[in-house]
Design a protein around this ligand. Structure first.
Ligand SMILES: C[S@@+](CC[C@H](N)C(=O)[O-])C[C@H]1O[C@@H](n2cnc3c(N)ncnc32)[C@H](O)[C@@H]1O
Length: 115
């Protein structure tokens, strides 16, 4: 159970990640526009180590703005991304519903903090 002190830390941490979600959504490095158009942003070693995900169910914890969640869904996984930042989840949800990615199975949801 969170004490008053840890609640303050959690609120500050969440506020920070909400702010970073907005910044990351505009950042060239995340390149949301390319993901919207189907570009795979996963690293080659991730794809190689995880292997074929077609038809598999995947839960992506701390998905942030959903780029990796959507990329796994584009590879055929039934992917659900969760994050404790409401702003990150809102951006991820928008990404998952965009024209190209909506054909994939990515879903997003907010979650409680994890310690
Ligand atoms: C470095 S980002 C994750 C990046 C992501 N894995 C990706 O593929 O781009 C860390 C994420 O963890 C979330 N987070 C930070 N502290 C958390 C906590 N205590 N409980 C749950 N989620 C937390 C943040 O909202 C943030 O989206």
């Amino acid at each position: 159970m969170a004490t008053h002190e840890t609640s303050e830390y959690l609120a500050a941490n969440k506020a920070l990640w909400d702010e970073w979600a907005e910044i990351h959504a505009r950042a060239e490095w995340y390149d949301l526009e390319a993901v919207r158009q189907g570009k795979c942003k996963l690293r080659p070693y991730e794809v190689e180590e995880v292997g074929d995900v077609a038809g598999r169910t995947l839960l992506h914890l701390q998905c942030q703005i959903g780029t990796d969640t959507v990329c796994w869904a584009q590879r055929g996984a039934s992917a659900t991304g969760v994050d404790f930042s409401p702003r990150a989840v809102a951006i991820a949800t928008d990404l998952a519903r965009s024209e190209w990615t909506r054909a994939s199975s990515a879903r997003t949801s907010s979650c409680c903090p994890m310690f």
